[in-house]
Design a protein around this ligand. Structure first.
Ligand code: ZN
Length: 282
């Protein structure tokens, strides 16, 4: 018998959707994005084994797996106003694009971009989109600069069981191919990285974290493994904050902003660090 693609509840009910509750017994199920990744696990494992077999430099792939397994942090990049609001109030929750859009917090209301985003999100998560928060898998902890200079690493313990990973930035592929992107549950993140980065890692001796660094200052050019977190989080989930600043003299506004965030982090017991980064944009 082939198991239902949507899984089976502990009560025995064969699920017909990825909804977060069992319609038969009402039990809370795993997050829909995690179950979607689980449903495609065989596809990921096949691609992983194929990559392992076809790559001559197996040791390099093992190095990659170990790096992602230990340092594959989930990072959310925030702009000043967002991180400040979260740090100032322990009750404030992190909003996603759609909540920000409705609340008029999106500065750049480009119609074509919003339409594309709506299509990409619908292709990935259908009706569950509104409860998903996006992040990136980032071994160096700097994340995707495009989305903001403040890179927040989230605590694994608070998010791992509701996080799934996507092979690529979905804005980097044709809409018709978004659904072909491989997905992974948290425990399979290193396998997904092998499929995604195996070729470039095997043909280079550059340190892994540098090699798979998020590169590019524009949304469409950014290549990264996207992470999706079900539901939201507060500053309690912040493990550390890295502020990326341009080299050279900083303008007084930025100096003030950085001092404010550093002070708020100190008071909340969150490690804060600043690094010079020529890629920074916002
Ligand atoms: Zn049930």
């Amino acid at each position: 018998m082939v198991a239902s693609v949507h899984g089976v509840c502990a009560c025995g009910h064969e699920l017909q959707s990825f909804d977060p509750q069992c319609p038969s017994c009402g039990k809370q199920l795993s997050a829909p994005n995690v179950r979607m990744a689980l449903a495609q696990r065989d596809r990921l494992h096949s691609a992983y084994h194929l990559k392992r077999q076809s790559t001559a430099r197996g040791l390099r792939l093992e190095e990659l797996e170990a790096c992602i397994g230990s340092d594959g942090r989930i990072v959310v990049n925030m702009r000043y106003s967002t991180i400040r609001e979260l740090l100032e109030n322990p009750q404030v929750t992190y909003g996603n694009f759609w909540q920000d859009f409705v609340a008029d917090r999106i500065v750049e209301r480009n119609e074509a971009l919003v339409a594309r985003r709506m299509q990409v999100d619908a292709a990935l998560f259908a009706q569950h989109t509104k409860r998903i928060r996006s992040a990136v898998l980032s071994p160096d902890g700097l994340g995707a600069t495009f989305y903001g200079r403040f890179a927040v690493t989230l605590r694994q313990l608070l998010i791992a069981d509701r996080t799934s990973l996507l092979e690529n930035n979905p804005f980097n592929v044709d809409l018709s191919r978004v659904n072909e992107l491989l997905r992974a549950i948290w425990d399979d993140r290193a396998k997904l990285a092998v499929v995604r980065y195996g070729d470039s890692v095997a043909t280079s001796d550059v340190p892994i974290a540098t090699l798979i660094r998020v590169i590019g200052a524009e949304r469409d050019g950014q290549a990264f493994m996207e992470a999706h977190i079900w539901d939201t989080f507060t500053r309690e989930a912040f493990e550390n904050v890295v502020a990326q600043v341009p080299p050279g003299a900083l303008d007084p506004q930025l100096i003030g902003d950085l001092a404010r965030i550093e002070d708020l982090c100190n008071r909340a017991g969150i490690a804060f660090e600043r690094v010079e980064d020529v890629l920074v944009r916002a």
